[in-house]
Design a protein around this ligand. Structure first.
Ligand SMILES: NC(=O)c1ccc[n+]([C@@H]2O[C@H](COP(=O)([O-])OP(=O)(O)OC[C@H]3O[C@@H](n4cnc5c(N)ncnc54)[C@H](O)[C@@H]3O)[C@@H](O)[C@H]2O)c1
Length: 333
């Protein structure tokens, strides 16, 4: 499938990205700036989350940055007013972190999102809103690949909250006509991801271990499958969803190009890096209880209705990611 062309359609468009200094938000912001959009970022850079000012280095003059929290009604109202498109990517991402401090996760991912939607309803009722949902809402798959009709059964606090937030987006569409769309993403990886620790994503920790000459720690027997999704493919999907009419109120899975067992993934990363070792370790008790086993997304719906599919092969995505952190790692470790 050819990459859908969105090149001309964003010039001059007024776009807000909440969580725009984070991993996905900053990659999206850079692309939108290159396409000529007028991009505003709303981000409060709370400690311990993936936001990093270095993510927008070189683009400081082309992006308008508002240092504000989604839960601050005045800051959010100022940011959403007059926007045509809002990519709503602010959030607390860590699953383990959500178990350690569930009320903080609730406050950011539920109260913050509901407050945001209330403000959108008042200040920017015609904006199209793309919400960054997660495949974690499905819990342990009953079948693979997992389509959007698979029952939801979140197994950690963060996933319960992400489910509540996506439901609010759909509810506000149904009741108030907000133009919201939910994209449930699988594990996303790529340049600018958080690699300080494994909080946002196990792969962040693996990259850190690999580039620091430490053993990659693989939980269990490493047979769990993941369909990792390269961040530039996510950006394509977000842009396409923003432009596609008639999909408001709907939910789509976003999955990766290849499915890979984690042990195989560790070996491929070592091969690409040209050095390294891995070690199988027992799941830490807290992790095992919130692990979902193997996961592969069924992306038939978005492929059919939007013409999107991931185009970055895993090997290529890993090469780009490792190369990025070799060069820029000092800003992330
Ligand atoms: N990365 C993934 O693998 C993945 C997978 C599925 C879903 N998602 C979802 O996508 C979204 C973006 O994820 P990411 O990987 O870019 O995470 P990230 O941690 O890199 O970015 C999140 C950003 O939100 C900002 N933020 C957090 N709370 C805020 C608040 N109250 N007000 C303003 N800004 C705030 C942070 O500073 C950060 O810049 C999240 O909602 C996440 O749940 C991510």
């Amino acid at each position: 499938m050819n990459k859908p062309s969105v090149e001309k359609d964003f010039a001059g468009r007024r776009v807000l990205i909440t969580g725009g200094m984070g991993f996905i938000g900053s990659n999206l912001a850079r692309r939108l700036a290159n396409l000529g959009a007028e991009v505003t970022l709303l981000d409060s850079l709370p400690a311990g989350i993936g936001g990093n000012p270095y993510n927008i280095s070189g683009y400081e003059q082309r992006l308008r940055v508002r240092a504000g929290d989604l839960r601050d009604a005045d800051a959010t109202a100022d940011a959403v007013r007059g926007q045509e498109l809002i990519f709503n990517l602010a959030g607390q991402v860590g699953h383990v972190q959500s178990m350690e401090d569930p009320l903080a996760d609730l406050d950011i991912n539920v109260r913050g999102q509901l407050s945001f939607l209330e403000i959108c309803r008042r200040e920017s009722p015609d904006a199209k809103i793309l919400y960054g949902g997660t495949r974690q809402v499905y819990g342990p798959p009953r079948y693979l690949p997992v389509d959007e009709d698979h029952p939801v059964n979140p197994v950690d606090v963060n996933a319960v909250h992400k489910l509540a937030a996506e439901r609010y987006h759909i509810l506000y569409h149904r009741v108030y006509g907000l133009r919201s769309v939910v994209l449930r993403m699988t594990n996303v990886y790529g340049p600018r991801m958080r690699v300080k620790d494994g909080q946002n994503n196990f792969l962040g920790l693996w990259i850190r271990q690999l580039l620091h000459g430490e053993e990659i720690t693989v939980y269990g027997d490493g047979s769990q499958a993941r369909d990792l999704l390269y961040v530039e493919d996510v950006v394509d999907a977000l842009l396409l969803a923003a432009l596609t009419p008639g999909i408001e109120g709907r939910t789509f899975n976003l999955g990766g190009a290849d499915s890979v067992a984690l042990l195989e993934l560790a070996k491929r990363m070592i091969e690409i890096h040209g050095a390294g070792t891995y070690r199988l370790i027992t799941f830490p008790a807290g992790r095992k209880k919130i692990d979902i086993g193997s996961f592969v997304s069924d992306i038939s719906k978005i492929r059919m209705d939007l013409g999107w599919e991931p185009i970055t092969p895993l090997g290529e995505g890993l090469r780009q990611t490792i190369a990025y952190f070799r060069q820029h790692g000092e800003h992330y470790w």
